[in-house]
Design a protein around this ligand. Structure first.
Ligand code: HSE
Length: 403
């Protein structure tokens, strides 16, 4: 028997209990040792829950119970979750998590701790919700030298942008819908300011390029500056605005990672990724391009990935699977300032001044534009070069194009 304890009965934790209860029989048919939910830890009371008999409040019970083999950490954050994860791993228990904040900030040390204690630390659900991406990157694509990862990594912001693009909804109304659907973080600022996508690209970059990439090494811009005017201009040139997380292998093996809104060309498959869906494009020297697509947030899609990790942990209860990467450091990353692309600019300016600053540009039009609003697509520049050219202009929006 493999005994499982769930820490935190929120959206994801309750989804894990539900999937284990609903699909337990068919899961266990394929297992040598049956998986059983033994405890749920939460400081709140759930007297009406079908799992009411499983609830405890004290993590030490789990830590000291030698029969608990796998701990599911769905608390979130990096305080209690870190403490409980470390204590579980030190007790030789495998830990499975959807907690991207913890993995992005402490993944290297937690993987080392797991290894030192003959346990596993799995986090398939930390990126892309239900989409399999961690295992494909670490196993299926292991033969490749990976050169780039580029994706839509946050379901909430993709939902908001889709509702703005297709329904003309305001940002605030679309965010409320995303919260109601259980997609958003407890504090949705982590979604709309890009922090959540930043954590996810850190995890993917660490795994793909072999050294820990920390969130504070990744310049991050969210979607709070995206307006319906930008959405309109993007549509006028056959593009959609998407929040993109990107990590590119650059000179001397350094990783250039960043998160920002982009105008995505309609030919690019990422432009067709809508609502809560996420998609992650991976480039490898043997495989070429491969794309992973699915529901990037929500109770059951995320629980699907967590329970798959529980099954994997249960199958490897006596051995470490050695998912790992090297330590971080100042020599790991390089900023995106030198990365060249075409740009979308919206400015409060005269078109002659924009032309004088940027040379040949393609001007864009939208109905209802106020006087002195100018929008255009520029030639190809690095960010540094572009900022020099734009000095002196009153810029409202400035986003890269993704071909
Ligand atoms: N808030 C996250 C999102 C949840 O919207 O993508 C899944 O990580």
């Amino acid at each position: 028997m493999v005994n499982v304890a769930i820490l935190g009965f929120g959206v994801v934790g309750s989804g894990v209990a539900e999937v284990l209860a609903k699909n337990g029989a068919q899961i266990n048919r394929k297992m040598d040792n049956a998986i059983q939910l033994k405890y749920i830890v939460d400081i709140r009371d759930f007297p009406d829950s079908p799992f009411a008999d499983k609830f405890i409040k004290d993590f030490a019970v789990i830590e000291q119970d030698p029969d608990v083999n796998v701990v599911v950490e769905t608390i979130g954050g990096a305080t209690f979750a870190k403490d409980f994860t470390e204590r579980a791993l030190r007790a030789g228990k495998s830990v499975v998590t959807s907690n991207k904040e913890l993995v992005a900030q402490h993944g290297y040390e937690l993987l080392q701790l797991a290894k030192a204690n003959g346990a596993n630390y799995f986090f398939e659900a930390s990126v892309g919700g239900g989409i399999p991406i961690i295992r494909p990157l670490s196993q299926c694509l292991a033969a490749n030298e990976l050169t780039e990862i580029c994706g839509i990594l946050n379901g909430t912001t993709n939902y908001i942008l889709t509702r703005m693009i297709k329904g003309g909804l305001s940002f605030a109304v679309a965010l409320k819908e995303a919260q109601k659907n259980g997609y958003a973080e407890q504090n949705p600022a982590a979604d709309v300011e890009g922090t959540d996508a930043c954590r996810k690209i850190c995890i993917l970059a660490s795994l793909a390029f072999g050294r820990h990439v920390y969130p504070d090494q990744v310049p991050t811009e969210g979607i709070t500056g995206v307006t319906l005017a930008d959405v309109g201009y993007a549509a006028a040139c056959g593009r959609k605005i998407k929040l993109i997380g990107r990590a590119i292998r650059r000179e001397a093996g350094k990783v250039c990672a960043y998160v920002a809104p982009h105008l995505v060309d309609e030919e690019n498959p990422l432009s067709g990724v809508e609502d809560v869906f996420n998609a992650i494009m991976v480039k490898g020297d043997a495989i070429g391009d491969v794309m992973f697509y699915g529901r990037g947030a929500g109770k059951l899609p995320t629980a699907s990935a967590v329970v798959a990790d529980v099954i994997d942990a249960a199958k490897h209860i006596t051995g470490n699977k050695c998912l790992e990467w090297g330590p971080g450091g100042d020599d790991v990353t390089t900023p995106p300032d030198a990365l060249e692309s075409a740009w979308y600019i919206r400015a409060k300016a005269a078109s002659a001044d924009v032309k004088a600053a940027l040379g040949d540009v393609s001007f864009l039009a939208r109905s209802g534009a106020p006087e002195h609003e100018v929008a255009c697509i520029t030639g190809v520049y690095s960010e540094t070069a572009l900022q020099e050219k734009l000095a002196g202009l009153e810029i409202a929006s400035c986003f890269r194009l993704l071909a």
